[in-house]
Write a protein that binds this ligand. Sequence first.
Ligand SMILES: *Cc1c(COP(=O)(O)O)cnc(C)c1O
Length: 405
Amino acid sequence: MKFNNVDFDTYFKNHPDANGYFGKYGGAYIAPELKAAMQEITDAYFNICKSRKFISDLRRIRQEFQGRPTPISHLERLSNKYGNVHLYVKREDLNHTGAHKLNHCMGEALLAKYMGKKKVIAETGAGQHGVALATAAAYFGLECDIYMGSVDIKKQAPNVARMKILGANVIEVTEGLQTLKEAVDAAFAAYANEYKDCIYCIGSVLGPHPFPMMVRDFQSVVGIEAREQFLSMTGELPDAIVACVGGGSNAAGFFSGFLNDPVDIYGVEPLGRGPKLGDHAASLQYGTEGVMHGFNSIMLKDENGEPAPVYSVASGLDYPSSGPEHAYLRDLGRVKYDVIDDEDSVNAFFELSKMEGIIPAIESSHAVAYGIKLAKEMGRGSVLINLSGRGDKDMDYIIEKYGIR
Ligand SMILES: *Cc1c(COP(=O)(O)O)cnc(C)c1O
């Protein structure tokens, strides 16, 4: 299928290009001391990850350890409530550890193992990426250093406990505001020193090439499974698919299965409290082109051109940019990016819980809310929503802040 002169039959061969660009977005804007490290990972990725043995190992692990394939569920009661549109969810909440993040962490850690590395290293904000990576490291017997700001360590006690139980070293970062940004800087600095023995594992389709490509490819299992499952359940493709976009990994993997199909694709960003800078994290909606954390994409900037403060009820979505491939697909018009605010996502959180017996992550609730909005608008047809994770981690906070709805 051709779309705006881009041939989607050969899309994955040509995107990203040899330098890691999706159109003008992506690339690797990094310190010279990290160039060699990135080249090593890129070479290993093309050499190892495309080998028959690596692919068959990863398939076995997904089945035996992660519990894949995750099912698709038809939301019968919710669909009936909103008329003649059938709503479905791809159940990444049932992936081991309760979210899609483990898909790329297992891939990255398996790559580390094949490369003969002893350690994986990463930063974490809310702790979800840290827990997924600590899980993968425990499985493969790798050391795991997770950098985390002091403020986040205090806020995210259960995830800190999980990482420690899984055997990871949680390294406290006390610089600056003591949150995600400082943790990223500390983790990159450590990596520049230690890269001979370890690999850096990024938590989304972000950072310098090859990470946006690699994480997308490891997440593409979600889209490949979903397409096959939906066809065999209904005999057709969905009319529309929806995923939430923070950094964009669950969306990138899910969308990849349908880019070459006559399917409308929607990415949903968090509008938080509203459209004022600082009240949301909807970078593709309100941002401008710029470089941060090693890649060129669309980002939310403050008056000095630095990454702006962002906010969302969903801590997994509050990042001031999105992966370069999303910026590219937005410009092409192949994917439509839109927003859902805190209020609508909390309503969807309760509605899916009460009507279907599935408590969604508050990140995923943004996609559910958008699916419901589409159902109201479309009148008939089908919508497949990627349920990126389960909501156990969000229950206490939501009840405290919003009460039971
Ligand atoms: C981290 C997280 C997200 C956001 O990350 P993406 O890279 O945008 O997918 C979404 N949903 C859940 C459940 C998460 O844990």
